[in-house]
Ligand binder design. Structure first.
Ligand code: SF4
Length: 312
């Protein structure tokens, strides 16, 4: 399924997700903290995933099923991988404007050195670019890019985009214990981001089960120190360390909703229970999905989460 949710987003209010990458994850990175698991198909080559008309039709049909309370604030490309790998992204954003809802894209920034990717992203109303670190060694360890990608090129692409973009630009930095959390690194990252002059910079920590088991969020002390360093650099900085809430969108079919949301957004047990309540059903739906190995249960920081399970 292409459209899912809407889900409460810490950045975008009620956000209707658009997964423009086919079911198997395809990404140019394999971040240690990725919430959708290891990247099986690492690629930095843009390609066709859907015909734009099909994607727009799917989003339109999904919007029609939502009641007034769940009309989204944003249509957000948040894919099962990196959304800019979709060669039709620009055209899709242009076509989505017919719904009169602002379009957001959350990108890992790895392809921003390509002018055609920057052209596509300029069509969006809101863009978030990933800047976890500006240190080459740390970047290779945390984001695990393909060997031929160079951080210098990626950072120059981000700078270029920031200079030419008229919409709302945001940055996101995931702070991971032992990877990018030294004071020196945080200061260097803040200095780079300050030069982009973003509307805001988000500092986040892994709050969902990560791809690599021993990945841990930084302590509250380091998160607070990072916030201070960013703020002192003149950046409007927000922490994204909380839980989004439990009110997910509901299209009338809990089975489909759960599968679609879990593909890109692991669901915490209490969120799942809310969703089931709306469908007048109970945990037996989940037990059946787990039994069929369509989703799996993962424990993280004492909480149960459900995420999509793929078998090849
Ligand atoms: S966090 Fe985003 S950029 Fe990193 S591997 Fe996952 S999908 Fe790709």
């Amino acid at each position: 399924m292409i459209a899912f949710g809407p889900v409460p987003s810490r950045r975008l209010g009620l956000s209707l997700g658009i997964n423009n990458i086919v079911s198997r994850k395809v990404c140019s990175y394999s971040c240690v903290y990725c919430q959708i698991g290891e990247t099986q198909s690492k690629s930095a080559l843009r390609t066709v995933f859907y015909e734009p008309g099909k994607l727009i039709e799917n989003v339109g049909n999904h919007l029609e099923k939502l009641d007034e309370r769940h009309q989204p604030d944003y249509l957000t490309f948040v894919a099962n991988g990196e959304p800019t790998l979709d060669i039709n992204l620009g055209e899709e954003i242009r076509l989505l404007k017919r719904f009169g809802i602002p379009v957001a894209v959350i990108t890992n920034s790895s392809l921003l050195h390509l002018p055609e990717v920057r052209d596509d992203l300029r069509e969006a109303d809101w863009v978030s670019v990933k800047v976890d670190t500006v240190n080459e060694l740390a970047w290779r360890k945390i984001n695990r890019p393909p060997v031929f990608l160079k951080l210098k090129e990626v950072l120059s692409g981000i700078r270029h985009f920031a200079n030419e973009y008229d919409g709302k630009l945001h940055t996101e930095t995931m702070l991971v214990q032992g990877f990018n959390d030294s004071e020196k690194q945080i200061r260097e990252t803040a200095q780079f981001i300050s030069g982009l002059n973003p509307a805001s910079a988000y500092l986040s920590i892994p709050t969902r089960p990560p791809a690599v088991k021993n990945v841990k969020p930084v302590s509250e002390e380091i998160l607070t120190a990072a916030w201070q360093i960013f703020s002192e650099s003149g950046i409007n900085t927000e922490l994204l360390a909380g839980f989004e809430g439990t009110d997910t969108g509901f299209t009338g079919n809990a089975f489909d909703d759960i599968l679609n949301i879990c593909a890109v957004h692991p669901l915490r047990q209490d969120t799942m229970q809310e969703l089931l309540k709306k469908d007048n059903t109970d945990m037996s739906v989940i037990e059946s999905l787990v039994f069929q190995r369509l989703i799996k249960k993962v424990k993280y920081e004492g909480m149960d989460y459900y995420l999509r399970s793929y078998h090849f």
